[in-house]
Design a protein around this ligand. Structure first.
Ligand code: ZN
Length: 128
């Protein structure tokens, strides 16, 4: 079986539909059902970090004079399959399709994410 080929998939093919600034719903784990905003997208690993969710407590040892010891809370990355994008138009969790639509001031055709439920373009908050 050629299962090893899976690892050789070029990185640029691993395209995610979820970007920084998107609202997502967590589908698994202790924060299941909660909504949050993506603070970081990690396309190389197909993961996202959602602000304030999937938080683990980390015990930090003091290091010299610069770092204090104690317990800090850190948001751990979630796999994109464990979160679902929330549409900016209808507010429902949805899958998306990519379509080219005229967008922006120049009305140039750009690939945009389309909500599978209301078929409207999902707003991209990356540049705001
Ligand atoms: Zn929608």
């Amino acid at each position: 079986m050629a299962t090893h080929l899976k690892d050789k998939k070029p990185l640029h093919l691993a395209k995610m539909n979820i970007k920084k600034g998107d609202k997502v719903r967590i589908l698994t784990g202790k924060d299941r059902g909660k909504d949050g905003t993506v603070s970081r997208a990690l396309p190389q690993t197909n993961k996202v970090i959602v602000e304030g969710l999937n938080v683990v407590k980390k015990h930090i040892r003091p290091q010299g004079q610069t770092r204090q010891g104690g317990v800090i809370e850190k948001a751990m990355p979630l796999h994109v399959s464990n979160v679902m994008l929330i549409c900016t138009e209808c507010g429902e969790q949805t899958r998306v399709s990519i379509e080219r639509r005229p967008l922006g001031a120049d009305q140039k055709e750009r690939p945009v994410r389309i909500c599978k439920k209301c078929h409207k373009a999902i707003a991209d908050n990356t540049r705001s």
